[in-house]
Design a protein. Structure first.
Length: 238
């Protein structure tokens, strides 16, 4: 009888959905982890929603139907820690300068971007990459910040930033991990930014307090920080 009840409970548990809201930058590692997690728990469906971290945060708070929230910046987790029952560092994001393959404009560092002949793309204020970019630029001083933000082309996601650089723009400030998408490395090069201005940012994943599938949410978090999950994160540049 106990075995029968256990099997019934397991069937009910696994015939459920796990909902993950993730910043677009981590799309590929999250999709790969979700696929592996589904194989670990047959019958479980992992649904993912990718977008700007700020927009996803607002949707999460309003709808209260999200199990896992994984923003591109820990700032969105730290905004209101009480929303999360459990959190863990899953990887790191590093802001870099991306340029066309071969670096035709000979861009060396952030100061190169002040050249009027060099166009630059940055993320919007509501995106994790945009938040990080503005933090980095402010460290260079108010004058530098105002100059770069005034001349910059604004993109709404990290994917749009790299697409702009591949097509028209000379440079962009973007997450390093994005370069690992879709063989982008064959189209762009990476110019590191001095860590004095751009230290790596922790990528923190959280189980929400209103998670509809709390049990599986906690198991996914445990999987994401396991050796297998970390191997996937490193594969995609995080």
């Amino acid at each position: 009888m106990k075995k029968l009840l256990f099997l019934i409970f397991a069937k009910i548990l696994l015939a459920q959905t796990l909902v993950i809201y993730s910043g677009i930058t981590m799309k590929y590692p999250v999709k790969e982890m979700a696929a592996k997690f589904e194989k670990m728990y047959p019958g479980l469906k992992v649904k993912t929603l990718f977008g700007k971290s700020g927009a996803l945060y607002r949707k999460m708070v309003a709808m209260k139907k999200c199990d896992i929230y994984f923003p591109g910046s820990a700032k969105f987790i730290n905004k209101n820690p009480k929303i999360f029952l459990d959190t863990a560092k899953i990887g790191e994001n590093t802001l870099v300068i991306i340029v066309k393959k071969g670096n035709p404009k000979k861009i060396k560092n952030l100061d190169s971007l002040t050249n009027p002949q060099i166009s630059v793309v940055i993320g919007s204020k509501n995106s994790s990459v945009g938040v990080k970019t503005r933090d980095v630029l402010k460290k260079k001083g108010a004058k530098f910040y105002n100059l770069l933000t005034k001349k910059a082309i604004i993109a709404y996601t990290s994917n749009e930033i790299i697409a702009n650089v591949i097509s028209n723009a000379d440079s962009g400030l973007n997450w390093k991990g994005v370069v690992y998408w879709k063989n982008y490395k064959q189209y762009v090069d990476i110019i590191p930014i001095d860590k004095k201005y751009s230290p790596s940012s922790d990528l923190v994943m959280g189980v929400t307090q209103f998670a509809p599938n709390m049990i599986m949410a906690k198991r996914f978090l445990k999987f994401a920080k396991s050796y297998e999950g970390q191997k996937i994160m490193r594969k995609w540049g995080f």
